[in-house]
Ligand binder design. Structure first.
Ligand SMILES: Nc1ncnc2c1ncn2[C@@H]1O[C@H](COP(=O)(O)OP(=O)(O)OP(=O)(O)O)[C@@H](O)[C@H]1O
Ligand SMILES: O=C(O)C1=C[C@@H](O)[C@@H](O)[C@H](O)C1
Ligand SMILES: [Mg+2]
Length: 186
């Protein structure tokens, strides 16, 4: 793709810790904006034709991360007008951060550690990174990853907000940014 992407056409990328709601909220944002929705975890599962837990078991995390990185770079370079939800660990890779920040609008979905713990029963079974870890070890991962997520265009604290409310907030702030940076001339 040659040249600067107009802000109204840039892909919107959702980042944040696993279980924070990227997939759930990304689906809603895409519907509200009449955009395509791409969930990178789902793309990886489709490409490998197996669930993520099995990819971790059969191919290993290193291979998973390579596939994840390549898919994200390809999607950022070759598509526009989509909402893209990353997997929770994708943004730890520098190349992923760089491509997302240079080509897309990046929203960090934040959640406090206290609130996040309520999500554990909802996600534990199919998030291999959480398995065989104590709660203290998981908290360590949660806190360490915040450094990577701190590189973003906009942050939303989602404590006490339901998915609809978070999606509405994202849509409203995008419309504001679009009007400021690329106003309609009519
Ligand atoms: N704002 C919210 N309030 C309450 N529950 C939520 C909220 N957002 C998501 N959830 C619930 O949390 C669980 C995890 O959500 P989701 O799969 O969207 O997270 P994710 O960020 O995509 O995770 P991952 O990084 O592993 O892909 C789901 O059961 C979802 O219904
Ligand atoms: O946070 C992570 O490292 C992960 C989150 C999920 O979205 C999946 O991408 C996978 O389970 C790894
Ligand atoms: Mg997800």
């Amino acid at each position: 793709m040659i040249g600067e992407i107009p802000i109204r056409e840039k892909n919107i990328v959702l980042i944040g810790f696993m279980g924070v709601g990227k997939t759930t909220i990304g689906t809603l944002v895409a519907k509200k904006l009449y955009r395509g929705f791409i969930d990178i975890d789902k793309e990886i599962e489709d490409k490998c034709n197996m669930p993520i837990t099995q990819i971790f078991e059969d191919l290993g995390e290193k291979k998973f991360r390579e596939i994840e990185r390549d898919l994200i770079i390809d999607t950022c370079l070759n598509t526009r007008l989509n909402v893209i939800s990353l997997g929770g660990g994708a943004y730890l890779q520098e190349e992923v951060r760089k491509i997302c920040l240079s080509h897309c609008i990046v929203f960090f979905l934040d959640l406090s550690w206290d609130s996040w713990q309520d999500r554990i029963p909802l996600i534990i079974d199919n998030r291999p990174v959480l398995q065989n870890k104590t709660i203290e070890e998981i908290e360590q991962v949660f806190r360490t990853r915040r450094t990577a997520y701190s590189l973003h265009n906009s942050k939303i604290s989602t404590d006490n907000l339901n998915p609809e409310e978070v999606a509405d907030y994202i849509v409203e702030s995008l419309k504001l940014a679009w009007d400021i940076y690329q106003p309609h001339n009519d």
